[in-house]
Design a protein around this ligand. Structure first.
Ligand code: 13P
Ligand code: SF4
Length: 367
């Protein structure tokens, strides 16, 4: 019988090992754990990680899977911190969520702090009856405490695949939406819904009243937090022009976190799952320029050999934090779990959890 380590293994012992060795050890740890573990992998994860995932998907699909698989006591989440928090909120209290590297955050999520959102709410409250007129809608790319803020104030969460349905839900209830932290997902969705530009304002958390006059705030129907994804902002309209000129029949497909100037020039826009599904289902011989994270596009290139798949940008747009989950971290987390040691346990505080679940459940009900 295998000896069980008395103390958790150290990550330092995993660095520098060959990919082949780590692959074999991760497979063995997973086999030993059997139905005691479920490995979830976001579409942006590296190949050496995603190959161990029981399920891969976008943030909505992974959140649903975490909520549905109550039979798996442990969820190893290969993604970023906010996704693992969402899994913890939606799974049972008896389940344990593990993020193989705690440094796998999201720079966009860091662009809205609860103190700033509280301050924004107070400032709006000095101009209008905020609780009756403004509905807070937060992109899941955010800390649990912000989801809790939305739950407590009648608000809701959204993902890139249901932002439109969420905005419809929100405007059916209140006159205005405070959408955070991604300005671009909010604007692109509202553009598609036909909201005139003069009814959208941007809230800069570092300026009084977000940099807006009281009159502009009263007239606005959509208040967009000034936040963005550092990966998707790299795609430029010129990249679309370049591909259209070079391959006149090419289809351009992008993620809604891209700037509107890119989205407006694209043929299709949608979540990572939508992008994968669309390109995979396209006829052989078709050409695609894809505007989202590099790992996803490289995998599409490899898997869809009968199509011509191009990365939309000329520079490397990789999510540096998603990339932190690598073969050594995954193997380390899995072998420790097989030994009975939980490392990097994601625990959302109970107070935040209850209200955040309210906001997530509202979203789940309309997704
Ligand atoms: P998806 O929900 O489309 O997978 O996007 C998550 C994300 O972080 C994109 O940058
Ligand atoms: Fe966050 Fe952008 Fe990375 Fe998505 S791609 S996890 S939004 S930094």
């Amino acid at each position: 019988m295998k000896a069980v380590a008395a103390v958790p293994r150290s990550i330092a012992d995993y660095q520098g090992r060959s990919v082949e060795e780590l692959f074999a050890r991760t497979v063995e740890a997973k086999r030993a754990l059997g139905n005691n573990v479920m490995v979830l992998g976001h579409n942006y994860q590296r190949d050496e990680v995603i190959e161990h995932a029981d399920f891969r998907g976008d943030s909505l699909l992974l959140a649903k899977l975490a909520a549905q698989h109550a039979d798996r006591p442990n969820i190893v989440f290969c993604g970023v911190h906010f996704m693992a928090e969402t899994a913890d909120i939606l799974s049972r209290s008896s389940q344990t969520v593990i993020l193989p590297d705690m440094a796998a955050g999201c720079s966009m999520a860091d662009m809205a702090a609860i103190e700033q959102v509280d301050e924004c709410w107070d400032q709006l409250g000095r101009i209008l009856p905020v609780e009756e007129t403004v509905l807070p809608a937060v992109y899941v790319n955010s800390a649990a405490v912000l989801k809790a803020f939305c739950g407590e104030h009648g608000g809701i969460t959204c993902t890139s695949s249901n932002a439109r349905a969420v905005m419809e839900w929100a405007w059916a209830r209140r006159e205005k939406i405070l959408f955070f932290p991604d300005e671009h997902l909010g604007r692109n969705t509202a553009n598609k819904m036909g909201l005139p530009r003069e009814r959208m304002i941007v809230w800069d958390p570092y300026l009084p009243n977000g940099g807006n006059s009281a009159d502009a705030i009263r007239k606005a129907r959509l208040i967009l937090w000034k936040g963005h994804c550092s990966v998707h902002q790299m795609f430029q309209p010129a990249h679309v022009d370049y591909f259209r000129k070079k391959h006149p029949d090419i289809k351009v497909i992008v993620h809604p976190e891209c700037h509107e100037d890119v989205v407006n020039k694209a043929d299709l826009v949608g979540s990572t799952e939508f992008i994968i599904r669309t390109v995979s289902a396209a006829p052989a011989g078709t050409a695609w320029a894809v505007g989202t994270e590099l790992n996803l596009v490289n995998r599409l290139k490899k898997e869809q050999t009968d199509k011509h798949v191009h990365f939309l940008s000329s520079t490397v747009c990789q999510c540096a934090t998603m990339f932190r989950i690598d073969a050594p971290h995954l193997c380390w987390a899995m072998e420790n779990l097989a030994d009975g040691h939980v490392v990097n346990h994601i625990v959302v505080p109970e107070d935040d959890k209850a209200w955040a679940k309210v906001a997530l459940d509202r979203m789940m009900a309309i997704s």
